[in-house]
Design a protein around this ligand. Structure first.
Ligand code: MOS
Length: 745
């Protein structure tokens, strides 16, 4: 590992570790407020229907309950996001199963549960579409005139002409399923009106300011009258990016109606059935190559299933589309990407945000292209991976700091990829030994992931973060970045400490509270370390220079601390900075040309699998992840991010299947929605390629490791068995079908 010019130790204790380990951490469901009631949600049992009537059984004393329907919403009945199409409560029509229709609250949880069945909703069913391809040609769209939430075209060169000229054209269609984020802590919110026009909401979330912006129009309040406080959050993975807006609104409506604080906590079944999932996708590739095995044309069609409302689908699609041609050099690229409406619960943010879908398609397809050319997967990628000065699909010049080839070579070396591959091929040809039914394979994926919001997103966010000097001369970070287990509080403290020359524990961090925390943007999009860390670095540098300008040079941390303490005695010392776009970044939203992201992480992952031809089960037996994410701030936390992303990717590849029946998740329990456990976790080797140049700061890491496992595993299964797999998860049934009925033992 290269040495890094960082003064602050990289192995510092995780900030919120002790309180979580000792059980002192208060999650929203641990919080009790005097006079608090409990809420619940009554949901649609139809995928698409008119609501004919809502009846309340007269046997129940409804006066003892708070009852809320769409009629009781004081302001706008929508959950504000990109397009305000999603009602807070269904009004006259439902467009998906589990859509919220009625809210109830009561002081007693048992009375509340008993009343659930006393509300009867009568529906008049309408035609429903569950398949995105069918929804595209539907004559009765539920969104706009064609069910298309968003269409994106990315053009570079002339794809059609280059395909016509190509020596070979290889085609393929690839499909990915829903996936559940499966944070350990279910969604939950606690709402309380502190005055008739002052609302406070506490709960589990990634983006406190998204919640403020969603609540204000529902109650017709100025944003300054809505206070949102993050409670200790047990995982998010994108699942707590936008969904908390809705549950916060529901808790607040019930609190307003009842006159009591109301806590609304989902149980696991409700959380699985009702909340957002990863967008399913269908991706079609037509790829032209020349006689030397170089990519000359890529035509890619991306279709994503958005579910019944738009949520974040346009930006999920955008990230998916921008990454769909991968870290490859190709002069002629033609991308058409669409996300469509279906009558299923809305899909939304999930770690990777569109990229795992299109990178799955790309990296399985690239192996198939290599195969068609008679090249091995490594040699094919050596010939085509981007290097310094090359351009990506949007025309973005990757500049000098591009590590696709370095990641590939390091992964190949660390795993002995080429010799392992030959060894496994030979063993699979002539199975011997005590378990002749086993086949082994090795596969890889090469990919990149943009850090921060896409295109002009960071400029529009105009994030603000800062520092406040504490009375003893230590400093407090001011930001709205949330800790959800990934290490935000620890790494932001390290970044600030490093800029000030302080030990890390001279920097305090807290969970955000919009009453005091500036809006440093959402905790999403692999943006915290790079974007907010960058703002805080500048704030710290300014705090230091202003302090030294007044007090004279402070050569030691103790000198600076003393000078800061002295300044703080004279009044509050607060330094705030805003995001400044790096000067080289150019992006055109209309043409989708330019620098889609200010920086990328680069990665190559290698999976080794063992397939049992008796049961068609696949096990990942070894996994290697090599990545360049710039400077690594905290190696243990960073390693954990990679291991967790890889494991979520293994689940995506092999185990996780959302079974949809009539537009609803049928397997809505943890006994039949299967995710990998420790027993399914292979040894994961993690390597960071850190740049020698200390000026190269941290880049995004949260999402990158989720992008590569599924294609690497499917490529490894093909190597092991020859199976023609174009869809995940590779359940035994799917592998059996791909291999034909004959047992190849
Ligand atoms: Mo994320 S999937 O950008 O919370």
């Amino acid at each position: 590992m290269a040495s890094i010019a960082s003064k602050t130790p990289r192995f510092v204790p995780r900030r919120e570790g002790p309180e979580k380990l000792t059980g002192r951490a208060l999650y929203v469901d641990d919080i009790h407020v005097e006079g608090m009631w409990h809420g619940l949600t009554i949901r649609s049992t139809e995928a698409h229907a008119r609501i004919v009537s809502i009846e309340f059984d007269p046997a129940v004393d409804w006066d003892a309950f708070a009852v809320v329907t769409a009629r009781d919403i004081p302001g706008a009945n929508h959950v504000h996001l990109i397009v305000d199409d999603q009602p807070c409560l269904a009004d006259g029509v439902v467009r998906h199963r589990e859509e919220p229709v009625v809210l109830l609250a009561h002081s007693d949880q048992e009375a509340l549960l008993a009343a659930r069945d006393a509300v009867r909703i009568e529906y008049d069913p309408l035609p429903a579409h569950f398949d995105p391809e069918a929804a595209l040609s539907a004559t009765d769209p539920i969104y706009g005139s064609d069910n298309v939430f968003k269409e994106i075209r990315i053009g570079k060169g002339d794809g059609a002409a280059a395909l016509a000229r190509a020596d070979r054209v290889i085609e393929g269609v690839y499909r990915t399923p829903h996936q559940e984020q499966l944070y350990i802590e279910n969604q939950g919110m606690l709402a309380e009106w502190t005055a008739p026009d002052r609302l406070t909401v506490r709960g589990s979330m990634q983006c406190p300011y998204y919640v403020v912006k969603a609540l204000a129009p529902i109650f017709g309040l100025p944003e300054s009258h809505v206070r949102v406080v993050q409670t200790v959050t047990g995982g998010g993975f994108g699942g707590k990016e936008e969904y908390p807006n809705l549950i916060a609104a529901h808790a607040a409506l019930l609190s307003r109606e009842s006159g009591h604080p109301v806590k609304l906590i989902y149980d696991r079944m409700e959380d699985l059935a009702a909340t957002t999932k990863r967008h399913p996708s269908v991706v079609r590739h037509r790829t032209g190559v020349d006689a030397e095995g170089r990519l000359v044309a890529m035509e890619i069609d991306v279709l994503m299933d958005g579910g019944a409302y738009c949520t974040l689908s346009p930006v999920v699609l955008s990230r998916g589309a921008i990454h769909c041609a991968g870290p490859y050099r190709c002069d002629h690229i033609d991308v058409r990407a669409r996300v469509v409406a279906t009558n299923t619960p809305p899909n939304g943010a999930f770690r990777g945000f569109g990229a795992p879908q299109t990178i799955f398609a790309l990296e399985v397809h690239m192996d198939r292209v290599a195969e068609a050319l008679g090249l091995d997967p490594v040699e094919f990628r050596r010939r085509n991976a981007v290097g310094p000065g090359d351009t990506l699909a949007t025309g973005q010049n990757v500049g000098d700091h591009v590590s696709a080839r370095e990641a590939l070579e390091r992964a190949v070396t660390e795993t002995g990829f080429e010799s392992r591959r030959r060894e496994f091929s030979a063993a699979n040809e002539a199975p011997r030994g005590p378990r002749p039914w086993l086949r082994r394979g090795i596969g890889l994926s090469l990919f990149h992931h943009g850090s921060g919001f896409t295109g002009s997103g960071e400029v529009m966010l105009a994030s603000e973060a800062g520092l406040e000097v504490l009375p003893d001369g230590r400093v407090q970070v001011l930001s709205s970045q949330t800790e959800m287990g990934q290490g935000t509080r620890t790494i932001l403290a390290q970044i600030v400490a490093d800029a000030l020359g302080f030990p890390a524990d001279w920097v305090e961090t807290t969970d955000p509270d919009t009453a005091v925390s500036p809006n440093s943007g959402p905790t999403v999009a692999s943006r915290t370390a790079m974007v907010v860390g960058g703002i805080l670095s500048r704030a710290a540098a300014r705090l230091r220079s202003e302090t030294e300008a007044a007090a004279g040079p402070c050569p030691s941390p103790e000198d600076l601390c003393a000078a800061l303490a002295k300044r703080a005695t004279a009044g509050r010392v607060v330094v705030r900075e805003r995001y400044v776009q790096p000067p080289h970044v150019r992006w055109d939203d209309d043409t989708y040309r330019g620098d889609a992201y200010a920086a990328y992480g680069w990665s190559c992952q290698v999976a080794e699998v063992e397939v049992d031809l008796r049961t068609w089960e696949t096990r990942v037996v070894a996994f290697t992840a090599v990545q360049d994410v710039g400077r690594v701030i905290h190696p243990v936390l960073a390693g954990g991010q990679v291991e967790g992303g890889v494991l979520q990717g293994i689940g995506y590849a092999l185990y996780e299947e959302v079974v949809m029946e009539g537009g609803a998740m049928a397997n809505r329990t943890l006994t039949n929605y299967i995710i990998p456990t420790t027993m399914d976790t292979p040894p994961i080797r993690v390597f960071f390629l850190e740049p020698e140049d200390p000026a190269v700061g941290p880049r995004g890491l949260g999402e990158l490791p989720m992008d590569g496992p599924a294609p690497a595993i499917v490529n490894a299964i093909r190597h092991a068995t020859g199976a023609d797999l174009r869809e995940i998860p590779v359940l035994p049934e799917r592998l059996r079908a791909a291999l034909g009925s004959g047992r190849r033992t």
